[in-house]
Design a protein around this ligand. Structure first.
Ligand code: GLC
Length: 488
């Protein structure tokens, strides 16, 4: 099968979060199974160009209709660890993708609407006729709308679209100018049963994606349930229930070529299930690198974006609680929210002289590998979490996840004491509440097991390592979906 993946991110060249990892990991697995995959992403000025091999011009003068006129683009081709990537480079006076960042411009809605239009135009002009176009999140949610409103009449009658929603909190709500710019008639598409946002008249792209795509997924079964039946649908519950027959959750995988302690090149000591004791060499290395004291204490880590979704207040509380219970604590992540950022810088200065904690404010990929290998536990107190990748990476590294039971965390972490699963499936600790006592109780149990019952703790580590969170199963789910829609 021929699949074109269109997204705003692809790891490791253009990545702000889990979306980029999914595009990279899923494409790789599909390729391994013999399918052809093209990935289309914007050509950002701030990409990791050192990770793109043989970057060359693939198409010189792609003229993309925009408003009454057109914007010419150059399309570049390059290989990203075997993924075939096309990079769209518009020559617009606005410098759409030359902003030094992926997201965060006032005209983000326009930039990504243009990108979606350009991706369609590129397929059309280069005679790319994939069986399935797989687009992701609001940035590319106009793709199915454009396909069924315009491009199916222009030479793409047989293409089908799978749309994956990575986060219902971001729906790409804007005014109707984007529709006119992209050549869509507001009178036709901005209706209640199509793109009109349920709370008013503006354009809701995620909703448009749900209405027009042939199949819609989100990134875990439990989050799919929450999106339909709880406030996690963020206003789209009704739209989802109208389209329930083509909606489902597929738990993401992680890329085992990248995240695997047996072959990881960023950690000083490799290990696996049968050589688990080697993990402690990495723990010492992590302490050396972060100037932490070498003591007989468990080490708890948080790796990921520092934003409200991730439960930053609970995280701060957990840090002090864990310290009081004799555990070391490491935090690493990027922060885009100025309020949250300020809090963490304050905390970092406050804890500067504490030899048992370290806050690394900024994302460092090499260090992330060492943290997963060196830590004993990973904490994710997320308020909501569509899928979450750190808990799966942690399990793979024999690092015990402690998570709030929400979204994809429910599908991947099973509480040692309270899960109804068989003992060999239980791989960590979960808690329900969003208040301090909830996270305290889980930490208390985890730290208690580490000190009091090391053999039992080791069993949890091994249960995690032996679970399969590779892309094998999720990719099969997506292939089943692709097969299903291509014959419709
Ligand atoms: C978003 C979600 C996260 C998910 C990732 C990849 O970043 O917040 O939960 O793991 O997308 O799907």
């Amino acid at each position: 099968m021929f699949v074109v993946m269109v997204a705003s991110e692809c790891a490791p060249v253009a990545q702000a979060g889990g979306l980029g990892e999914v595009v990279f990991g899923l494409s790789g697995e599909l390729e391994r199974r013999g399918h052809a995959v093209d990935v289309i992403v914007p050509k950002y000025d701030c990409m990791r160009y050192d990770q793109i091999f043989n970057l060359t011009v693939a198409y010189h003068d792609l003229v993309v209709p925009w408003y009454g006129g057109a914007i010419p683009c150059t399309v570049w081709f390059g290989s990203v660890y075997g993924r075939r990537c096309y990079f769209i480079d518009p020559h617009s006076p606005d410098g759409y993708f030359n902003r030094g960042h992926l997201y965060g411009s006032d005209d983000d809605p326009m930039r990504f609407a243009f990108f979606s239009k350009a991706a369609m135009e590129f397929m059309l002009k280069t005679n790319r006729r994939p069986e399935v176009i797989h687009c992701h999140d609001w940035h590319t949610a106009l793709i199915p709308v454009l396909l069924y409103e315009i491009y199916q009449y222009a030479g793409m009658p047989d293409q089908r679209v799978c749309f994956t929603i990575h986060n219902f909190a971001h729906q790409g709500i804007t005014d109707e100018a984007v529709l006119r710019a992209a050549g869509l008639e507001p009178e036709r598409v901005l209706t209640e049963d199509r793109l009109a946002d349920p709370s008013g008249g503006s354009v809701n792209r995620t909703k448009g994606g749900i209405v027009y795509a042939n199949f819609v997924t989100t990134v875990s079964p439990h989050y799919a349930w929450e999106a339909r039946y709880s406030d996690q649908g963020m206003g789209l519950n009704h739209t989802l229930s109208l389209h329930q027959a083509k909606f489902g959750g597929v738990l993401n995988g992680i890329d085992y070529d990248v995240w695997n302690p047996e072959v990881d090149r960023f950690i000083p000591q490799r290990y696996g299930a049968s050589t688990l004791e080697n993990k402690y060499v990495d723990k010492e290395a992590l302490r050396d690198r972060l100037l932490l004291e070498h003591t007989y204490e468990p080490l708890i880590a948080y790796v990921g974006r520092l934003d409200r979704q991730k439960g930053v207040e609970l995280l701060q509380h957990a840090l002090f609680f864990a310290r009081a219970r004799g555990a070391q604590f490491v935090v690493m992540g990027n922060c885009w929210d100025p309020g949250v950022d300020g809090d963490f810088w304050h905390l970092k200065h406050f804890l500067n002289d504490d030899p048992s904690c370290h806050l690394e404010l900024g994302y460092d990929d090499d260090l992330a590998h060492l943290i997963y290998a060196g830590a004993d536990m990973v904490l994710m107190p997320s308020l909501f979490e569509p899928c979450g990748l750190p808990q799966m990476i942690a399990a793979r590294y024999g690092t015990v996840p402690i998570v709030r039971a929400t979204g994809g965390l429910v599908d991947s972490v099973f509480d040692r004491d309270y899960s109804t699963r068989p003992p060999e499936d239980r791989n960590g600790y979960t808690f329900d509440g969003v208040d301090p006592p909830a996270v305290e109780s889980a930490l208390h149990r985890a730290i208690g097991l580490w000190y009091g019952y090391p053999t039992e703790f080791r069993r949890l580590m091994l249960n995690g390592i032996s679970q399969d969170h590779s892309w094998a199963e999720p990719a099969q789910h997506y292939l089943d979906i692709y097969e299903y829609i291509r014959h419709k």
